[in-house]
Design a protein around this ligand. Sequence first.
Ligand SMILES: Cc1cc2nc3c(=O)[nH]c(=O)nc-3n(C[C@H](O)[C@H](O)[C@H](O)COP(=O)(O)OP(=O)(O)OC[C@H]3O[C@@H](n4cnc5c(N)ncnc54)[C@H](O)[C@@H]3O)c2cc1C
Length: 325
Amino acid sequence: MSDQQIVVIGAGIIGLTTARVLQQAGHRVQIISAELPLNTTSVAAAAFWYPSDSEPKEDVLRWGLKTHQTFKELKEEGVAGITFERALEVHPDPTWHPWWLNVVANPRKADLAELPPPVAGGSGYWFDTLVIDTTVMLKWLMEQFSAAGGAFVQQKLNNITEIASQTEIIVNCSGVGARDLVGDSELYATRGQTLRIRRKPEHRAVWEMSTKPLVTHIIPREADTVIGGVFQEHNYSRVVDPLDTEGILQRCRNLQPTLGTLNESDILSVSVGLRPTRARLRLESEKLLSGSTVIHNYGHGSCGWSLSWGCAEAVREQVQGMLPL
Ligand SMILES: Cc1cc2nc3c(=O)[nH]c(=O)nc-3n(C[C@H](O)[C@H](O)[C@H](O)COP(=O)(O)OP(=O)(O)OC[C@H]3O[C@@H](n4cnc5c(N)ncnc54)[C@H](O)[C@@H]3O)c2cc1C
């Protein structure tokens, strides 16, 4: 094991999976994070596996498939919070043809009779996916990280150079926080809001309608159901908006008739998250004047959960060779 400690900034899904993969490769890792895992954007996510069309395309596709494989293996090992589901993505446009049909498992065009009222006469595709209970998974990752000797410091950094003297390798997994932390003006927030509701046993599949800025999704999990959402670009507010809550309930009732009686009394909690949005996900190294190297791993937009393990593996490959084990 190397004496040199790697510092990972951030304790969302990107920081935690990166820290775990580096530990598994034999490195000592410290996480510095302004927030605890259960207060991050990552906990507010839906979160189901979905192919990302972010850039760089080929890498993103590979990272997505690696992530799918890793969650599947964890599920097979008995790790809690992961379920296999069928997903139906619908669109009002009858000619809609998703680019990802040859990427997902078991795709099938939905029959017209299967389409809900808001997209009657439109189009829809079924595919196999994985749903992650974000609270369960973030807690589990944090426990695994600590059990493997990982150190956690809760601290907000104003500039990445603050810790440059502590380590030769910093991994920047600060999500939308990277906008200020490293002055990245290409990165911005896309606000989302989700409601955790009492589990609806009659509803057994992921439903999604991505007609932005009003995305609508219904995600059954082991213990509850997550519904959403909104897609508000350049909105940095982390405050719950009651109008968004009302709109989400209304749209989900319309989208899925089996939720017909859904109302405020079904709500268990409401969360807000800021998707770290960037035309091109940033996964690259940068040399600081101090001599330390920063590996940036942020800007995963709507697909951080779907890309997490693959990107963590890409970071490990970059670290390999920089530090002796
Ligand atoms: C409503 C909603 C639904 C979503 N659904 C899905 C889905 O179904 N599937 C999917 O794959 N993805 C989904 N996403 C996207 C996914 O949640 C994000 O891409 C992912 O959470 C980003 O993770 P992250 O770790 O980069 O960021 P975060 O979770 O935001 O974590 C960033 C971390 O960095 C720390 N940090 C930031 N700045 C500093 C600083 N200056 N100093 C120290 N620490 C700092 C924070 O405290 C935090 O710990 C959804 C997002 C939302 C909001």
